[in-house]
Design a protein around this ligand. Structure first.
Ligand code: ADP
Ligand code: GLC
Length: 471
């Protein structure tokens, strides 16, 4: 079978969060199962672009509304990611430093989707499945079905994976001509809440819709940023497939970002060395347990609660722990976290920015990972943390429910709590300190967490079963 993934992110080409990790791994595991997999994504100005060799495979023009644009498709020559990787360049629109966050993101991603389909329209052999990810590529199922110019592609099954329904990419009907000439009877297939809503359109038009955990699949029908009725209505074609993690990248035994590798038998020495580097770099005390947070500093991750949690823990529990934060996002939260450095007594620090290497060192060197998310469709951080013997403290939501069992249960290896509130998070930290003081039990749980199997094999197979049922 030939599967084409179309996405705004793919690790290590361009990454803002977990979407990149998934699109960088899933096609590889599908290939291992004997299939041909291709990834098509926008060409941004990233290191990966400059450090690799490319071959031009297609050049053409297309139009977005009334304006024509030229586009070029390049292919990574050595197939170093194991799957075929294609970048699509639209001069002036896509070739930017960042992936998102520009005022013309609607234009950028509409033009990208149009260009991808215009190119695929010229292929001699069409793929068996088009698999799109999140709202940036979610107009493709509509375009394939209802845009006259892409009629040749209309028989190809489309699958949409929703990594996060909070972001839907809505835009006004005044931009309706961004969708290449389409069957106007199908207006309802684009519309949600008075706008063109790419994610809602994707759910309505894709042959199958998946999301990244079973619990999030159920949650979306009750809480999905206004799209609840769409998920209720379309529930028959939706399913949940939990993400895996890529042990080729995320394993303390061979992690290319770590100097001190370890496994379940050498955990004490291995984690100790990474913790030492972190404590020296960030001026923290090695003897205290280290709690880390790694992620986007946004409300969805409950990052806004962190300053008060840290303050309260120091005041009411005492200066018994270290906190180290890595993240970027909301400038208010960033400023508050930086300001908090004033109260540090060698027990708090923050790195504002994106730093892949540091994130690996933190999963390795930390004792606990904080993940109080308000919304977490799957969450990869908690799975990475466990692989590195770092005990996760997670809010009971989405994929966190499906991957972390509380230590109050016989099979437990993590700490879970109900609310994204300062009280519940602080209480979880209090429980973690108690666990940390029971050295033998703590070590047993670390080893248990490290031994869990979150590999991609099972999930990659579930996607293939889904595709096979579409043929
Ligand atoms: P989301 O995709 O919602 O951000 P996930 O838990 O699925 O959440 O994945 C987040 C990914 O992004 C992980 O690989 C995590 O390590 C990484 N990450 C997030 N913020 C940063 C950062 N500031 N620096 C380095 N890596 C980060
Ligand atoms: C999204 C979600 C996250 C998930 C990731 C990969 O960004 O917020 O929970 O792990 O996508 O699917």
């Amino acid at each position: 079978m030939e599967i084409v993934h179309i996405s705004a992110e793919c690790y290590p080409v361009a990454k803002a969060g977990g979407l990149a990790d998934v699109v960088g791994a899933l096609p590889r595991f599908q290939k291992e199962l004997g299939h041909v997999t291709k990834v098509i994504m926008p060409m941004y100005r990233t290191d990966f672009l400059y450090k690799n060799e490319w071959q031009v495979v297609h050049k053409a023009s297309a139009s977005l509304g009334h304006s024509w644009f030229d586009f070029t498709v390049i292919k990574e020559v050595s197939n170093k990611l194991d799957f075929e990787l294609y970048l699509l360049d639209i001069n002036g629109l896509l070739d930017r430093e960042k992936i998102y966050g520009y005022d013309d993101d609607t234009e950028r991603f509409c033009a990208f989707q149009i260009a991808v389909l215009s190119w695929m329209n010229t292929w001699n052999l069409l793929p068996n499945v088009i698999h799109v990810h999140d709202h940036h590529t979610a107009l493709i199922p509509f375009m394939v079905k209802y845009c006259y110019g892409f009629g040749r592609l209309s028989g190809i099954p489309t699958v949409l994976t929703i990594h996060n329904a909070e972001y839907q990419g809505s835009f006004g009907w005044n931009k309706t001509n961004y969708i290449p000439q389409w069957d106007s009877w199908k207006r309802g297939m684009l519309e949600w809440n008075g706008n063109i809503n790419p994610l809602a359109s994707g759910v309505k038009c894709a042959w199958k819709v998946t999301t990244v955990s079973n619990t999030y699949l159920n949650e979306m029908r009750f809480k999905s940023n206004g799209m609840e009725p769409v998920f209720e209505y379309e529930k028959g074609k939706c399913s949940g497939i939990i993400n895996g993690i890529d042990y080729g990248v995320w394993d303390p035994e061979n992690d290319k970002y770590l100097n001190d590798h370890y496994n379940v038998h050498s955990i004490e020495r291995g984690k100790g060395k990474s913790k030492k580097i972190l404590c020296e770099t960030f001026g923290l005390s090695y003897d205290k347990p280290l709690f880390v947070f790694i992620g986007r500093l946004v409300g969805e991750k409950a990052a806004d609660l962190l300053p008060q949690v840290i303050n309260d823990c120091f005041r009411f529990i005492g200066r018994k722990m270290n906190f180290l934060i890595l993240g970027s996002g909301n400038s208010n939260i960033e400023a508050k976290l930086i300001d908090l450095k004033k109260i540090s007594q060698g027990d708090y620090n923050v790195y504002v920015g994106y730093n892949e290497k540091l994130s690996h060192l933190m999963y390795a060197g930390a004792d606990f990972l904080l993940m109080p998310s308000r919304v977490e469709p799957c969450g990869l951080n908690q799975m990475y943390a466990m692989r590195y013997g770092t005990i996760p403290l997670v809010r009971r939501t989405g994929g966190l429910i499906d991957t972390v069992i509380d230590i109050g249960n016989q099979d437990g290896y993590g700490i879970t709590f109900n609310e994204a509130s300062v009280g519940d998070i602080s209480n979880a930290i209090y429980r973690a300190l108690d666990l940390y003081s029971q050295k033998d039990l703590f070590r047993i749980l670390q080893k248990k967490a490290m031994s869990l199997d979150f590999s991609w094999h099972n999930s990659a197979k579930q996607y293939l079963d889904l595709y096979q049922n579409l043929q």
